[in-house]
Write a protein that binds this ligand. Structure first.
Ligand code: F3S
Length: 286
């Protein structure tokens, strides 16, 4: 079948930098380093690096030796605990996440109550929220009753959210009549470009495949945006998730991938889908 790739897809510079830092440190130390949380939301990459000696720990209390801070970053309390334990830190926090952390500190210093639009449980958001006291984290209109009743608000957003969601949430916040709302755009352009390219592609194909880890927030957002265009959309980790009925009776398929999906996963998927013959398959829908 005909396969079209999104003009922007796959690894972003923040993820590339984190993987390079892990590989360089593993080579220098001869293995035996730990990542605080999985380095990226991609099972294949985590398994490949585990084979080279990168183990995954989930709490700072498990840390010893050398610890890699992934691109999502960490809050100051976690970094302080690691420092206290005498751990050597390899900091691969993405520069855009660092910028969001710094802005949260600056807003607090300037007297704003910080509001983070994001998923409270997401590691990046948990870290960013640690840079100011009493941060309010909201991600849907139902969460807005948690906002303070008055005062000055300083609003930032999870880097991987869509511009559309950020804009809608800011609109709801402003409509509540605060004296002052300072909004700082902390969205990541890498994500924005991938989202725009995915939407453009989804409008011109009969089925969309969005490749990436099931835990990857930016991949899930890509899948949501594609489905919103009215095209059957499948979020798969790799070719193993493909079933013939997904592409049955379709002539053109689009492929995009989240910021933590390696090139080889995309290339393998596109090549095998290109060899797939949709004629004669029975479609079962989304
Ligand atoms: Fe950084 Fe954007 Fe990637 S925030 S980690 S460049 S998705």
């Amino acid at each position: 079948m005909e396969v079209k790739l999104a003009r922007k897809l796959g690894f972003c510079f923040g993820v590339e930098r984190a993987i390079e830092a892990a590989e360089r440190t593993l080579a220098e130390r001869g293995g035996e380093i730990a990542s605080l949380g999985e380095i990226i939301h991609n099972r294949q990459v985590v398994e490949r690096l585990a084979g080279k000696g990168l183990k995954v720990i989930s709490e700072p209390s498990e840390a010893g030796g050398t610890v890699l801070i992934r691109s999502h970053g960490e809050g100051p309390a976690v970094l302080a605990e690691l420092a206290e334990r005498g751990v050597e830190i390899v900091d691969a926090t993405c520069v855009l996440v660092k910028r969001a952390q710094r802005i949260v500190e600056e807003l607090t210093r300037d007297g704003y109550r910080v509001v983070v639009i994001g998923q409270a449980a997401h590691p990046e958001v948990r870290g960013v929220c640690g840079y100011a006291p009493d941060v309010v984290c909201v991600d849907s209109p139902e969460d807005l009753d948690r906002l303070p009743r008055g005062g000055k608000l300083g609003v930032v957003c999870q880097t991987t959210h869509s511009l559309e969601h950020f804009g809608e949430m800011v609109g709801h916040i402003v409509a509540r009549g605060y004296r002052e709302v300072k909004v700082v755009n902390t969205l990541c352009n890498e994500v924005k470009d991938r989202q725009a390219a995915a939407v453009e592609l989804a409008r011109s194909v009969e089925v969309m495949f969005v490749l990436g880890g099931k835990q990857s927030a930016n991949t899930r957002e890509l899948a949501r945006l594609c489905a919103e265009q009215g095209v059957p959309t499948y979020h798969l980790e790799n070719w193993d998730g493909f079933r013939p009925e997904m592409a049955a009776g379709k002539g053109t398929a689009g492929v995009t991938a989240g910021a933590s999906t390696p090139k080889w996963v995309i290339e393998e998927f596109a090549a095998r889908l290109g060899e797939f013959d949709p004629a004669g398959q029975s479609a079962t829908g989304v």
